[in-house]
Design a protein around this ligand. Sequence first.
Ligand code: GLU
Ligand code: ZN
Length: 286
Amino acid sequence: MITRFAPSPTGPLHLGHAYSALLAQDMATAMGGEFLVRIEDIDRTRVRPQWDAQIFAYLHWLGLSWPQPVMRQSQRLARYSEKLDWLWAGHHVFACTCSRRDVIDALGAPQEGADLPTGPDGVIYPGTCRSHQAMAANEHAPKDAALRLLMTSAVAQTHFSFHETGHGPNGETGLIEFTAEDAISDIGDIVLARRDMGTSYHLSVVLDDAAQDVTHVVRGEDLFDVTKIHVILQRLMGLPTPIYHHHRLIRDSAGKRLAKRDDARAIAKYRTEGASPDDVRRIVGL
Ligand code: GLU
Ligand code: ZN
């Protein structure tokens, strides 16, 4: 068994992260497996180097350990770009130059926030740029536009499934099934490479979990719905599908989900106030 904790260094390590990391390590330890840490730092507009040093320090303080060197997504851009070229050559992605406004206009919505058709990755793309595809199979994917997954071409089979040992936000557990038709209508042509990043969370996470032979993905239930996207990408690229274990989110005293920037729940604060790593475990219910 290989589990991983994959933080984005965009803020302090908070209780929600601690829970996720401790649970992933506990699961690996219980099975004599391995626990990995991966830094998901592709969003250069939000990532700050000081945060990853802090994240490591507090994970160590919590008693976690993991093999070095740690995989960093910012060092894997060439790998992502290679895969995008392959997807482009196979006509599984197309170049999209729409602004957010263009997408909203194409949907005929009067304004932002109006009742737009929405899937797990946001507004369902109306298809405006779908014809912007590779002309020849040996071309490189363009870098001056976003690349969207052509969902009708990406769904390589009619039925999909994955195993959930935790639960989704509505208690979904066990064998989770969906169809190609569901994916086309309810997810649509999601962005697989942002112009300013050269990749996306979805593409990177799928390639990295496979590259690290992760067998059990342990993460918050807020990512349950996008797992369908990950499974579609795994089938398309011939990668194994790990077992997924989505867990409850740690909420603040008012019952609100903890935001990444919520410093009030930062592990730093608990430590400064004299809490021990065991106290943190108790607070998150482990
Ligand atoms: N990097 C993501 C985050 O911080 C987690 C991705 C994942 O676990 O799949 O929310
Ligand atoms: Zn477009």
